[in-house]
Design a protein around this ligand. Structure first.
Ligand code: HSE
Length: 302
């Protein structure tokens, strides 16, 4: 039996659109084993909408992996325990891709390294900011072209907590990408590139006083604001309650605040969020520093 545990991820951290992401301590667990033939998928925990046929994203990724290695896909049973909320900007699709790659790697005895899986996962997803931290943990900064992806993993300081604010409505990444402009003004390019460099350096030095500026963005947040009711107000309220930085997680609709005073922030934001039309939950979550883990017959392999 193969067991894979994959973390949630936030992408587009601050100014790092399609580049900077981080793993979070919410996990999906998937058990997989070979069966004589066919496909069996059991959803033990998670949304009823998860496909249990060939359209299942974990299975589709397994198929892609077997195509790469030029072998037929064996009969497979998958048991999913999903805890990452779907279509909320917390990397649930990336978690499926990463789970599928690790399962296929172990099942086919291919022994691809983490480095190789990072490259394949980024090419499948099309951007590296969810799949890379999902595999490696921590915060990752990645840049890619059609052939290659270069990245750096930055460990996240233990004293930083993330208040993940998750609404009861969903937002498809496809729609959230459609509203983005094809071109951006030079001054917005300068705004984001300076802040992205500052954010990367700040996560290494731990100088959190830089974060209010280092977390700013003009590439995607202003364009996605209209798709997320109360986004601007929640971000402002988070700053008023001491958040060092606050950003749209991935393509949204979840928002994440970087905080140090966990108890006060949670208490005050829970009260504030109750006043809004939609239902928002607040979860205090640390970064996952390890990334995806794989056990084969209960022995940790990866
Ligand atoms: N970087 C991606 C985007 C994350 O914002 O569209 C969602 O997949």
């Amino acid at each position: 039996m193969i067991k894979v545990k994959v973390p949630a991820t936030t992408a587009n951290m601050g100014p790092g659109f399609d580049s900077i992401g981080m793993a979070l301590q919410i996990h999906n667990i998937v058990y997989a084993e070979e069966i004589p033939k066919g496909l069996e998928i059991i959803i033990q925990e998670g949304s009823k909408d998860i496909p249990t046929d060939e359209n299942n994203l974990i299975y589709k990724t397994i198929e892609k992996f077997y195509k790469i290695i030029g072998k037929p896909v064996p009969g497979i049973r998958l048991i999913q325990q999903d805890h990452i909320p779907h279509t909320r900007g917390l990397g649930s699709s990336a978690a499926c891709i990463v789970a599928g790659l690790h399962i296929a790697n172990a099942m086919s005895h291919s022994f691809f390294s983490k480095e190789e899986l990072v490259q394949i996962a980024a090419q499948i997803e099309g951007h590296p900011d969810n799949t890379t931290p999902a595999i490696l943990g921590g915060m990752t900064i990645g840049a890619m072209d059609e052939k290659d992806m270069k990245y750096v993993k930055v460990p996240v300081a233990e004293n930083i907590t993330f208040a993940v604010m998750i609404p009861d409505f969903t937002l498809s990444t496809e729609l959230a990408r459609e509203v983005l402009p094809k071109e951006i003004p030079l001054e917005d390019g300068i705004f984001n590139s300076s802040r992205a460099a500052l954010l990367a350096a700040t996560m290494i030095t731990g100088d959190v006083d830089n974060l209010p500026m280092a977390m700013q963005d003009k590439f995607h947040q202003p364009y996605r604001e209209d798709l997320i009711p109360d986004m601007r107000a929640i971000m402002e309220e988070s700053r008023n309650h001491g958040a060092k930085g606050v950003f749209l997680s991935g393509a949204g609709p979840s928002l994440i605040a970087v905080i140090k005073n966990v108890v006060a922030f949670r208490r005050e934001m829970v009260e504030y969020l109750k006043t809004l039309d939609n239902n928002w939950q607040v979860q205090m979550i640390q970064a996952d520093q390890i990334g995806a883990r794989v056990w084969v017959d209960e022995e940790l392999r990866f």
